[in-house]
Design a protein around this ligand. Sequence first.
Ligand SMILES: *Cc1c(COP(=O)(O)O)cnc(C)c1O
Length: 457
Amino acid sequence: MIMARPIIEPFKIKVVEPIKFTSINERETILTEAGYNLFQIKSEQVLIDLLTDSGTSAMSADQWAGIMQGDEAYAGSRSFYRLEERIKHLTGYRYIIPTHQGRAAEKILFSVLGGKGKSIPNNSHFDTTRANIEYSGAEALDFLGEVGKDPSAHHPFKGNMDIAALSQWLDQNAQNVPCCMLTITNNSGGGQPVSMENIRAVSQLCRSKNIPFFLDACRFAENAYFIKLREPEYANRSVESIAQEMFSYADGCTMSAKKDGLVNIGGFLALNDERLAASCRNVLIITEGFSTYGGLAGRDLEAIAQGLKEVVEEDYLHYRLIVTRYVHEKLTEQGIPLMNPPGGHAIYIDAKRFCDHIPPERFPGQAVACGLYLQDGIRTVEIGSLMFGKTPNGDFVPPPMELVRLAMPRRVYTQSHMDYVIESVIDLYQKRHSLRGFVIESEPPFLRHFTARLKPE
Ligand SMILES: *Cc1c(COP(=O)(O)O)cnc(C)c1O
């Protein structure tokens, strides 16, 4: 469906931040100096930055007002109680543990629940979740449904857990499972939502085996709105009540407030089990700070409390999801290969098909990402062979997909910014055969995509 009228952003602009225009010649020099690695470019050299939706939100006037009201007391801060009340209202969980970001909540939870010999299933573990589980000595397993693994397949809930596979596996392994997780929306699988029916089914399965069930709730509001749009029985429910129902099926959650908290830093762990909460608080005090601030300033707690209110407003969520859908539709009309359907927080270009003349070992995704930057100053991120390709015994093993992610910061860009992005991608697609692959000049032993230097082949 084509939007008949322009998208109206549900806000007006009170504070502006200039973005800098550069020439194509300047960008050519910048790219060469950065070794064709977009993580090595200064943000000032970027016109439209779609690298990530994490911590890049614009805060509201009410959030900035909250910043001034933050209570910076070491213990018992008023701002903590405000945040605690908001999270309790939203999730229904009894114990609220603030942390400086999502991975700190994961670190705390898995230093208590993880350890050698344990396994933790999920639809798809996000990379920091997997890393924290594996660091504890435990094993992180993915049980994403088959349809979620096919980038071109259309399905309303491609983040759903494969209940049959999980159930079968639990029959043999439940005794080694300290908790089960479900990531909503499924970030590693393209920001695809999980249905309420599926959340309920995972919950029933876990309860039947006495396994605690945790949500990785970073994008809970986007997931709740997808449920409202796509699961008929929820069409007339408020997003907040849908979110409350989602949380009610689990025993706790980890959260990065840098996503659906609409803030630049923060997170939390929330849970019902009193003894587990006490152990987690002990780790919190050692690693993050006292239990009423958890590595954050009082003002940050205020901003999160307010952000968690604004993020379930339907005018906001409507705008949020309509923007990704708009970009997805415009690009699809021009035949640009994308991951289907659009997720909540990002659009993914299928670079294998976009650059079918560049083999995986020459990084087709990086060719598209560098092409967009060079042509128009747009920064995106490659999620393909540069990020995940391996060379275990000299032979290159590519990951299943070569993607370029256009992540959408929240409340930051307008429809005209998006129109510019759309035209740029279409332009590049028409010139795609002029794009060349890359070879690696130097790379570090771990997480090479952040610092590797490349050169055109
Ligand atoms: C971002 C993210 C995390 C980690 O949160 P940070 O705040 O970046 O530490 C965990 N899980 C998912 C699904 C995420 O998107």
